[in-house]
Design a protein around this ligand. Structure first.
Ligand code: NAD
Ligand code: MG
Length: 386
């Protein structure tokens, strides 16, 4: 049996590292042929290349390219967005584990080249949903979600009618842990610190998505992600707080049946699901033990104290470039928060004020999208304290 080739882009991060764990357990099934990472942790990229004998490596700068070339003989090293695009067209399955809008070349190139795209990088799909729609029907192309909620929905939709728009589905119900500030009132939230925001109760993830989880912007992004992935309007995508992170999301059918996917929170499960499809890999990551007590709770989200959720629905309602603006402004704000330039409250304020200044643009071409992203960042950066 020939092995499935895998390109893992964003190999040094949280999803990247967990994908490597899955690949280590399946050496006969998968061959890691390409990896890429950002500016930090070039040493880690080199170590991965050595361990898996990877021949093609993507780095963001020429300087990093030199470092990799010196450390490894006989490898091909590609640079920047062009390099990411090239690697994303080079393997059977492409795991997009890059964080933020920087993952865009991976998403577009993998689908355009007719590959299976195992997508963790939600930001590219949200910003570029119209462009993704144009390339995802390329022969052989397949878009499967690593994001745990969407992976759960992908599984729960297995019995649904294949007709576009899922007419027998009433709604998708995304679960959210609520993050570290669940239940905090307005006064307490004024004092929220970076260390507190980074201490997620149920998941260990990269810094950007951890902050997004604390503001509920992650769930807002996921509402748009679900709508784009499954072709279901956001009015049929709901959010429910579920502190245990065991029910990863649900599909409610028109007859009232709710189909859910459950496991312990462990990203190796959705990663293995996306790599193995249509087969299930036999590792039982996240398997539940029903011999010990297990309580599952569900609450409505606190929209007043966590306005990011309503902002995301509003961006979807506006359409066009608004989701791209929202996501770009959020990236700027989260980076500023992690750099301790703004308070936790200001993250969503910056997103909101940037979106208020949205300049309506359709997103039909890549250059229109890049311009929308640039403009939103410009406005968001200008609103940061000097
Ligand atoms: P992370 O910060 O841990 O890792 C990000 C990776 O992207 C690193 O390898 C980094 O080097 C790479 N990167 C950054 N800029 C790059 C660039 N310009 N070119 C190439 N590589 C670049 O982030 P993460 O938590 O692993 O998240 C990755 C993506 O997966 C995000 O979009 C996130 O929303 C999504 N996601 C993550 C989790 C999780 O459990 N961590 C769960 C669901 C979805
Ligand atoms: Mg998620």
């Amino acid at each position: 049996m020939s092995r499935t080739t895998v390109a893992l882009l964003g190999a040094t991060g949280s999803i990247g590292t967990q994908t490597l764990e899955v690949l280590r357990r399946e050496p006969e099934r998968f061959e890691l042929t390409a990896i890429a990472g950002g500016a930090a942790r070039v040493d880690q990229l080199i170590a991965i290349a050595k361990e898996f004998s990877v021949a093609r490596i993507g780095v963001p700068t020429n300087e990093a390219r030199e470092t990799v070339m010196e450390a490894l003989a006989g490898v091909e090293v590609v640079v920047g967005d062009e390099g990411l695009s090239e690697l994303a067209s080079s393997a059977d399955t492409v795991v997009n584990a890059v964080v933020g809008f920087a993952g865009l070349p991976v998403t577009l190139s993998a689908l355009r080249s007719g590959k299976r795209l195992a997508l963790a990088n939600k930001e590219s799909l949200i910003a570029a949903s119209t462009l993704v729609e144009k390339v995802r029907h390329t022969r052989g192309a397949e878009l499967v979600p690593i994001d745990s909620e969407h992976c759960a929905i992908h599984q729960a939709l297995a019995g649904a009618s294949a007709e576009a728009g899922y007419p027998d589905v009433r709604r998708l119900i995304l679960t959210a842990s609520g993050g570290p500030f669940r239940g905090w009132d307005s006064t307490a939230l004024d004092t929220a610190t970076k260390a507190q925001a980074l201490a997620h109760p149920t998941w260990s993830m990269g810094p950007k998505i951890t902050i997004d989880s604390s503001t509920l912007m992650n769930k807002g992004l996921e509402v748009l992600e679900a709508s784009a992935l499954f072709g279901i309007e956001v009015g049929r995508v709901e959010v429910v707080i579920h502190p245990q992170s065991v029910v990863h999301s649900m599909v409610e059918y028109v007859d009232g049946s709710v189909i859910a996917q459950l496991s312990k929170p462990d990203m190796r499960l959705p990663i293995a699901y996306c790599l193995g499809l249509p087969e299930r890999l036999d590792h039982a990551w996240g398997a539940l033990d029903f011999h010990s007590p297990l309580s599952l709770e569900f609450f409505p989200p606190d929209r007043a104290n966590f306005p990011a959720l309503s902002i995301a629905y509003e961006a979807a309602r506006i359409g066009g470039g608004a989701p791209a603006w929202m996501s770009a402004a959020n990236e700027v704000a989260v980076e500023a928060f992690l750099g301790e330039r703004i308070t936790w409250r200001q993250i969503v304020e910056i997103v909101s004020t940037t979106l208020d200044r949205y300049e309506p643009t359709p997103i039909e071409t890549l250059s229109e999208l890049l311009e929308a992203d640039r403009r939103a960042r410009e406005i968001a950066i200008a609103s940061l304290p000097k």
